[in-house]
Ligand binder design. Structure first.
Ligand SMILES: [Zn+2]
Ligand SMILES: [Zn+2]
Length: 172
C-alpha cells in the first residue's frame, strides 16, 4: 500500500493491512500483517507499530524447512529524499529512531514490512536452539535417530588424553 504524505490528516492515521512483499530467497507463509500509526509534522512523517507474520526458512544444521514467526516493532522517521545530504539531517542523528526517506511524497508500506523481515532473519537459521543437525558421515538426521558413526567418532579432547596416557605407559 502506498501512502501519500499529503493525505495524512492532522490527527494522524491508523492503518491495518496485510501484505506479501517479494524477497529473494525468502518464503513468506500467508501474508504479513502490519498495524501502524502514522503521524505527520511538516514534511516529517512518523511511523510506529508492529509487523508480524511467518517465514519459512531452512535450518542451517539439519537442512529441514521450518516456520519462524516474526514480530517486529516499527519506529521510523521519514524525510523527503530531497533532504538527503542537507545539513538538517545532522540534527536527526541525535534521535534514536531509524531514519528513512520517501520519494515523490509516497511511503510504501510494503518496503516497511520487507525491511522488518530482513532485519529479523538470522544469518544461520535453526529449527531449534538444540538442533543436532545431520551426521557428516552418513547424512542421517540426528534429531530423529542416532547413527552408528557417532559412536565410532572420538572426541578430540579424548584423543589428546588417550595419546597422553599411551605415552605415560611407555615412559613408565
Ligand atoms: Zn535443524
Ligand atoms: Zn552417521
Amino acid at each position: 500500500m502506498k501512502i501519500s504524505v499529503f493525505d495524512i490528516p492532522e490527527e494522524g492515521l491508523n492503518i491495518e493491512l496485510n501484505e506479501t512483499p517479494k524477497i529473494d530467497g525468502v518464503i513468506i507463509v500467508d501474508s504479513f500483517k502490519a498495524i501502524l500509526r502514522i503521524e505527520k509534522n511538516g514534511r516529517e512523517v512518523f511511523v510506529k507499530g508492529v509487523v508480524s507474520g511467518d517465514v519459512e526458512l531452512q535450518c542451517s544444521r539439519c537442512l529441514k524447512d521450518f516456520n519462524m514467526p516474526i514480530r517486529s516493532m516499527v519506529e521510523l522517521i521519514y524525510h523527503p529524499i530531497e533532504e538527503l545530504n542537507k545539513e538538517e539531517l545532522v540534527e536527526l542523528k541525535r534521535d534514536e529512531m531509524d531514519v528513512d526517506f520517501y520519494r515523490e511524497g509516497l511511503i510504501d508500506t510494503e518496503d516497511i514490512i520487507r525491511d522488518q523481515i530482513l532485519l529479523n532473519i538470522p544469518m544461520k537459521p535453526l529449527c531449534s536452539e538444540d538442533c543436532k543437525g545431520i551426521c557428516p558421515h552418513c547424512g542421517s538426521d540426528l534429531n530423529r535417530s542416532n547413527c552408528e558413526c557417532e559412536v565410532k567418532e572420538i572426541d578430540p579432547r579424548m584423543a589428546v588424553l588417550q595419546s597422553l596416557l599411551r605415552r605415560m605407559r611407555k615412559d613408565g
